[in-house]
Write a new protein. Structure first.
Length: 676
């Protein structure tokens, strides 16, 4: 009976998923509904998947929960477009079924029918995705195919095609490698920060070719890799390969971000260009001070309770724990002794507070209630800290200026028994200035907080020749809490990717696709003029202020100038896109951009390195309901940020805070909606 009920339950949710067609939008006019970006009509969406062009249609599949507006029941949603602007929603393509979610992956057209899935003359479309067994999180690579241009899909009955008994093995990207006549699968070993390359002749049998990583930024898990070749500076005789890897963690790059590596791929192995990473050095700002405890000589006067902390400091990671980094010397405190489920406590002897800061390297799970470090004075907690779900320890600092002269002790507590149920601590340092968290430096794709899991289209016709991709415009820190209903999340605009020489280095540039010009309607133009601190230019009077394309060129002789745009302003509201030339940065300040209080990690100021080019700065902004994408100097620097402004507060201004700049040209277009 129990079995029959369970079966019925599975059957019902499957039927519900299959028929939950993401119907064509009616008005698409809810608050913050993107007007020229893709979003599902309702429910939750994350990564773009299976992007492929076939017979005049661009396919867009995506991580989709057909049953709710938060992550869960992941299936592949589906939409198609003929112009990359207007999308037709189609029913769920590949549903969660038999206790297995459909995680991210890619799709190809199997022109030679190497897989044998084809029928008649029409080549099959083959999707390669991660099947995630819900009972134990086992992740394996699986196939599904379609013989009707993606309208219906059949899961391969020989699934999985690749199983290494891991629960951190996912997001396969498959591409055809012509010189060696085989399929390549690029897939992530998320926890190990490694990318694996497999080869196959039929998409069904795969051999391991090589591995890449860890390299670049590693503080977060590695997800959603992509691999493709591009001409360097448009020269078809100078081909380079780009390996793109996303980095997901609460601790790094503001939560979720993407990095890339430039090198060569010979059909077996990705070899990084020897000098590529040289420009990226992690920055640590660690003050001078007195080391109170380094745990190099055992626990000393520290007393433990429970098992989590063992009888002596750990020498790095325990077996079954992911690699641990960022600690000093050979030893640290690590409450994974006995796994996530172990609990316990460790407390220092008392000491006198003599300096205004207590700094420490901390890592592990994030739970201020059950997993924390606290400063006790007279037995009472006066300050505490928890980890950021990272195996890489990083600096945090307590300001203890008010407690100088007091007797104190430090307690580390682990009462957390689930996933991420451990805390790590090292190098307690007393100092006059705070230690600042180490910032991982890497070749970031986008300096904003809302561009993740980017994926590129396969099968773009040669006569088009562009490399196009699209990213998830959100962040795992707060994506499930954004104030939109009945859907959550949108994708960036499709972007054209190229490799350029920038300041003597090979770097990736991204630009919005030219097709977006077709959405331009009313245009406002401004005469060339000198702007200085007293002068604010009002761009109001635009009817549809939250759907704009802004193109501006500035000529700047004064290299200490600070200027930019203030968008969607009104009482208590403004989003600032500024350029601070003295610091060579661009910034987006969304602390007062409208609705910001739905999550503590949402408000904030993001910065990106930005320099003038021959004394000029070219700014290109796409603003939709709910988002901003900013492309500087032909896409050499990009920033993508969500914003949720009150549409009634709609003034747009040009501001100059310091110095003066020459506005050479300014064009502002209102953009038409793609949904009506
Ligand atoms: C990235 C990701 C992928 C995974 C998918 C699940 O955002 O975590 O690694 O396949 O989301 O929805």
């Amino acid at each position: 009976m129990k079995h029959a009920l369970r079966y019925l339950f599975f059957l019902l949710s499957f039927v519900q998923i299959i028929f939950s067609c993401n119907e064509p939008a009616k008005n698409y006019d809810e608050p913050f509904r993107p007007q020229f970006h893709f979003s599902p009509q309702k429910n939750w969406m994350n990564d773009p998947n299976g992007l492929v062009y076939f017979d005049g249609e661009y396919h867009l599949f995506y991580q989709y929960n057909p049953l709710g507006d938060r992550w869960g029941h992941m299936s592949w949603g589906h939409a198609v477009s003929k112009d990359l602007l207007h999308w037709e929603h189609l029913p769920v393509a590949i549903p969660e079924e038999n206790g297995s979610m459909i995680y991210s992956g890619s799709a190809v057209v199997d022109w030679q029918n190497s897989s044998g899935f084809g029928k008649g003359d029409v080549p099959p479309m083959v999707a390669v995705y991660t099947g995630r067994r819900n009972s134990d999180d086992r992740q394996t690579q699986c196939l599904a195919y379609s013989n009707d241009h993606g309208r219906t899909w059949t899961k391969y009955d020989g699934n999985p095609v690749l199983d290494i008994q891991s629960n951190n093995f996912r997001d396969p990207k498959v591409l055809w490698h012509d010189p060696t006549s085989k399929w390549i699968m690029v897939v992530s070993m998320a926890a190990e920060r490694k990318i694996r390359f497999y080869g196959s002749h039929n998409l069904k049998e795969w051999n391991l070719l090589s591995e890449f990583g860890p390299a670049g930024a590693v503080a977060g898990i590695w997800e959603c890799p992509d691999l493709f070749q591009l001409p360097f500076d448009g020269n078809p005789d100078s081909i380079k390969w780009v390996l793109e890897v996303d980095l997901g963690s609460k601790a790094v790059a503001g939560g979720s971000g993407g990095q890339y590596f430039v090198g060569d791929f010979d059909g077996e192995k990705f070899t990084l260009d020897p000098h590529f990473l040289e420009a990226f050095k992690d920055e640590t700002k660690e003050p001078e001070g007195i080391v109170f405890e380094s745990f190099e000589n055992g626990y000393g006067s520290w007393k433990t309770e429970g098992d989590a902390f063992g009888s002596e400091p750990a020498k790095g990671a325990f077996s079954y724990q992911n690699p641990v980094s960022g600690f000093y010397g050979q030893k640290l405190i690590n409450s994974y002794n006995g796994g996530d489920k172990a609990t316990g406590k460790i407390i220092s002897g008392t000491f006198k507070i003599t300096k205004p800061y207590i700094n420490f390297l901390i890592g592990g799970g994030n739970d201020p209630e059950k997993l924390f470090l606290s400063l006790l004075i007279n037995g009472k907690t006066v300050l505490s800290a928890t980890g950021d779900e990272s195996e890489s320890l990083n600096w945090k600092a307590w300001n203890v200026a008010d407690f100088i002269g007091e007797e104190a002790s430090i307690e580390v507590v682990d009462k957390h028994t689930g996933i991420w149920g451990y805390i790590m601590l090292d190098q307690i340092l007393f100092s006059d200035a705070p230690a600042l968290p180490r910032q991982e430096s890497a070749a970031w794709l986008d300096y904003g907080k809302d561009f993740y899991a980017v994926a590129s289209w396969s099968g773009i016709p040669e006569n088009d020749g562009r490399h196009l991709w699209i990213g998830w415009m959100s962040n795992w820190q707060y994506g499930q809490d954004v104030p939109t209903s009945p859907w959550r999340s949108a994708f960036s605009v499709p972007r054209k990717v190229s490799l350029k020489k920038i300041n003597g280095q090979i770097r990736l540039a991204q630009q919005p696709i030219e097709e977006l010009h077709n959405l331009r309607s009313e245009k406002t133009t401004m005469q060339s003029q000198i702007l200085s601190a007293s002068k604010v230019i009002d761009l109001s009077g635009i009817k549809n202020p939250s759907q704009l394309e802004i193109k501006a060129e500035f000529e700047v002789a004064d290299t200490s100038a600070e200027f930019g745009f203030e968008l969607m302003c009104g009482e208590d509201q403004l989003t600032r896109v500024g350029f601070d030339l003295q610091r060579n940065t661009m910034y987006v300040d969304r602390t007062r951009s409208g609705k910001v209080d739905f999550h503590k990690d949402f408000p904030g100021v993001q910065t990106a390195p930005t320099t003038l080019k021959n004394g000029q700065l070219a700014v290109h902004i796409l603003m939709d309901k709910g988002s901003l994408e900013i492309f500087i100097n032909d896409g050499e620097t990009v920033m993508t940020e969500l914003i949720f402004p009150d549409p009634q507060k709609k003034e747009q201004r040009l501001f100059v805070k310091k110095g003066s700049v020459k506005l050479k040209s300014l064009d502002v277009w209102q953009l038409k909606s793609t949904w009506n």
